[in-house]
Design a protein around this ligand. Sequence first.
Ligand SMILES: Cc1ncc(COP(=O)(O)O)c(C=O)c1O
Length: 425
Amino acid sequence: MAPAEGPRPPLHADSIAVGHGYDPADAWGAAKPPIVLASTYVYSSARAAKELHQAFFDGPAKAPAGGPIARGFIYSRLGHPNLSMVEARMAALDRAEAAAGFNSGMAAISTLAWAFLRPGQSVVHGRPIYSGSDNLLNTVLADFGIHAEGVAEACEEAAIRSASEAALAKGPLGLFMLESPANPTASITDIALVRRIADEIGARQGRRPLISVDNTFLGPLLQNPMEHGADLCVTSLTKYCGGHSDLLAGSVSGAADLIGRLQSLRVVLGNQMEPFTAWLTLRSLESLAVRTRRACSNAAEVASFLRGHPKVEAVTYLGFLEPGSPARAVYDRQCQGAGSTFSFDLRGGEAEAFRLLDQLQLMKLAVSLGGSETLICHPATTTHYNVPPERRAAGGIRDGTLRLSVGLEHPDDLIADLARGLDAV
Ligand SMILES: Cc1ncc(COP(=O)(O)O)c(C=O)c1O
């Protein structure tokens, strides 16, 4: 039968996550990608060596879409087959031209900051924000003369404008570094609104601030920041994309010229993703869609149980955003699901939170999120311990706040475990 004529319809993300970026013809027909551990690659001739180096250092953006193994490799810090496969897959999932893979989410975020910010510039970020990013912005970059301004009501135009003006008063605005939903409260940012404001600021200062969005909490199946105006989508692959709490990796997706700058800087910083981690990431991505769906449905049940419990004051689960509120409108427009990480506030403080945590038998008391197992932690004394109390409070992190990353166990067992913990409060 003759093949059907005309363009093929775009694949669903579920299908991209399974095989995109690997062609068995590149590896003896192996149905699954091999792990290529080589640190260096043999040139076919002296001229070929020169041409490879010319193409790498003087050519266009380093790894635009177009076949991961189509280009030659030189030395694995500059690039290697498993890294190219992950980058092709993440770019396709994030609906971007290209992606750069790193050895952690923080490596991705800090490389982005070094690539696109310069001393004297300012940054606007959401509040709360992952403590590593908070530390980078407010301590490390501050030492390099970069000023950070936080905004807590990131769906409200007046709040974003006022943070932007405060930042502009300190220096040209180089970057909106957003995290949506934000760690640990899952508060969301109106990316399209930030883009409108960034465009106006660009007209004023002669260069539009870039917009990066950390998409770790939802991942590529539930949110595509670039469809709403972001320039760069950051993902800690350690979380939902890795999905099993057994790897550390990160990626940034975006236009090929921006990603090329990150890949060039990565060569100097040496913070590229390693072959085995890249292979594990590819394998994990294959089940991202089914894991995401199950985690989301579990989270909806667990969050409903918590909301109805008398010892719980508030639950930040995105599915509970008030109909008619600005945040709800943004959520409906921007997200395809509520994810499975959120926080809840106990009536009480640290002592009550600790009593609950110490009773749990199924959920694991650990930082991180997005694994197959349910994880719970007390942000004020763990993930956000080194964020000063006033910045924690401004981001809605209280002494009675617990963060929950709902995994793939049976929801009844998770609810029974939480009920036991709450009995002890
Ligand atoms: C939202 C968010 N972004 C980035 C990171 C950093 O990722 P990694 O631990 O892979 O460096 C984390 C880690 O918890 C996070 O929650």
